[in-house]
Design a protein around this ligand. Sequence first.
Ligand code: NDP
Length: 240
Amino acid sequence: MSRIALVTGGSRGIGAAISTALKDKGYTVAATYAGNDEAAAKFTEETGIKTYKWNVADYDASKAGIEQVEADLGPIEVVVANAGITRDAPFHKMTPDQWNEVIATNLTGVFNTIHPVWPGMRERKFGRVVVISSINGQKGQFAQVNYAATKAGDLGIVKSLAQEGARAGITANAICPGYIATDMVMAVPEKVRESIIAQIPAGRLGEPEEIARAVAFLVSDDAGFINGSTISANGAQFVV
Ligand code: NDP
């Protein structure tokens, strides 16, 4: 049986590792992206995974995109809401635009991704939802009031969905990665990155594949009783 999995932001970074790990486990994967056509084309060429472009912040675009994926591949049984952005600034300098963009992508985008697939999961009595939150949603972070608010909100989404979906065979869980070596983190100035690594007891950044393996477990049949959980994957940087 080849289950259909949707991974938003699935063509780069952590999402690309998730898409690849699920494909390797036998899932048929649809990976979405926002606008980086070149990276998406390269990803498809290298992995054979089909990519779709839509903005997760736009409900109508998400719904139409999901309908297209289901028409192409079949009903989506696994959804990984991974797409996310940062627009960092200390709070006194944070603009309403920076606030709104991050809320629209990281929080409303998660609603927009799960809401269109939820009725089908309920009908079929099976579903697996994983949201990629963040260590900074658990502990807050300087210059990330917007980002931390969305990532904490994502945990609220998952905990509530878990309770709503359990009777219908749907699980919803979150992973809170610590600092992972992707474009998002490599874009941080080297000095800042070094100071981040100094705060990680493991003494290194995480690898995207380390998050992907946790996702692969959560969406498997073996994880059917794990529902509403948050897995921290942060090299012991923040122990809840
Ligand atoms: P990247 O910046 O490497 O990749 C982000 C992906 O999301 C890209 O595929 C991008 O598309 C897509 N994306 C961004 N905005 C949108 C949008 N509006 N609509 C659709 N797709 C979008 O990010 P990471 O891999 O580093 O992060 C992935 C997730 O993990 C995020 O939610 C992030 O917050 C979270 N995270 C990351 C950590 C890290 O250390 N890297 C730590 C903790 C959490 P495109 O290629 O077109 O730009």
